[in-house]
Design a binder for this molecule. Structure first.
Ligand code: AMP
Length: 351
């Protein structure tokens, strides 16, 4: 067990790191943020900040020397430099990062455990695109295998003819069938060092332009029927990776059952509602797990919860949001609003 008072290292400096650091502070831990960008909103609420590139081994080694355990809030942290962190534990284990960083590896891994992703094919050339569309059919989605997030690095393909007009990168891609779904949901679990697994209620997620816009708990009855099978798969993923901490799997609720979309080896935007809406939040249980503490109860703390993301530079009337006693406002302290940038969220409890 890592006792309160020790320092937790967090790789990545965004809002997820900020909320992990705030939960760590509640339990008496100090946090040390490592991020390449100087304007880290996680560092603002943490004791220490190392601003350095991911491959700066000296900076990484001295960061690690200050930490009792290291975790991450960003799944695109390069894995190789993390070797210089040893013997300080990195949790969840970097093998989870490796799996989740590549959409092809991730789908193969999850299929191997009995999960059902949309039919997919690896695309490394123009000929591969043609073959993939012929084999899988259209419509479909072409995605970069690595570094995509919030709908970035994705192209909807209506037909083979459309491909020639696209300006595609020369990086490895994956083509997947467009799934006809009646809802989207996530399974968020936390696995402790003793193998204990806690699940939060699955939120029904609505995306706009590939970005999460709203998460609602409880999800519709039709969608809730698909949760047990999805949880079973998520538990297999967690066990296969000997996973410690919070893990998220995203699913499409389709006619014949849950279709696996992607996994995130970290706390997740669709779990922000757990801060006020669950007995223990995803952030607190993540800290408890990586520090070897008993996990807290993940049960709902209200009749229902709705979390809305505040995205981009839309004008938001904070006073009106705060005047409603059911609302909890979270602002991430980001300086510049840009289209598609997550600036904060509002959690509304149904009591
Ligand atoms: P992703 O970054 O892969 O999670 O994609 C972001 C969002 O795009 C998803 O939550 C869906 O709303 C949509 N999307 C991605 N892939 C597919 C697909 N194969 N079929 C239908 N919708 C998709």
């Amino acid at each position: 067990m890592i006792p309160p008072g020790e320092t937790i290292g967090i790789l990545g400096g965004g809002q997820l790191g900020r909320m992990i650091a705030m939960a760590a502070a509640q339990l008496g831990y100090r946090c040390h943020i490592y991020a390449p960008e100087a304007d880290s909103i996680a560092a603002e609420v943490s004791a220490q900040f190392t601003c350095a590139d991911w491959d700066d081994r000296e900076a990484m080694a001295s960061f690690a020397a200050d930490c009792a355990v290291v975790t991450y809030e960003f799944e695109n942290v390069p894995v190789v430099p993390l070797r210089s962190i040893a013997p300080v534990p990195v949790l969840p284990h970097p093998r989870a990062l490796e799996t989740a960083q590549d959409r092809l590896a991730e789908k193969l891994f999850v299929s191997g455990l009995g999960g059902t992703p949309a039919p997919f094919a690896s695309v490394d050339s123009d000929a591969d695109i043609t073959a993939a569309i012929q084999q899988i059919g259209a419509p479909g989605v072409l995605k970069t295998r690595r570094d995509g997030y919030d709908g970035k690095g994705q192209w909807r393909i209506g037909s083979l003819e459309e491909v020639s007009s696209l300006d595609l990168p020369s990086t490895p891609l994956i083509y997947e069938q467009f799934v006809t779904f009646f809802g989207e949901f996530s399974v968020i679990l936390c696995r402790g060092q003793d193998g204990d697994i806690r699940y939060w209620d699955s939120a029904e997620n609505v995306h706009e332009h590939g970005i999460l816009s709203r998460s609602t708990v409880p999800a519709s009855a039709a969608l809730r029927e698909q949760v047990p099978a999805a949880r079973e798969l998520a538990a297999k993923v967690a066990e296969a990776l000997d996973y410690i901490g919070v893990l998220t799997l995203e699913f499409f609720a389709a006619e014949h059952g849950p279709v696996f979309n992607e996994m995130a080896p970290r706390v997740h935007n669709s779990g922000h509602w757990t801060i006020e809406g669950a007995l223990t939040s995803q952030f607190e249980n993540h800290i408890r797990a990586i520090c070897g503490l008993p996990l807290g109860d993940a049960a709902l703390a209200a009749e229902g919860v709705v979390m809305e993301n505040l995205i981009g530079d839309d004008a938001h009337d904070w006073a009106t949001i705060l005047a409603d006693p059911a609302n909890h406002l979270h602002l991430y302290g980001k300086a510049a609003a840009r289209p598609g940038r997550k600036m904060g969220h509002v959690t509304r409890l149904v009591l």
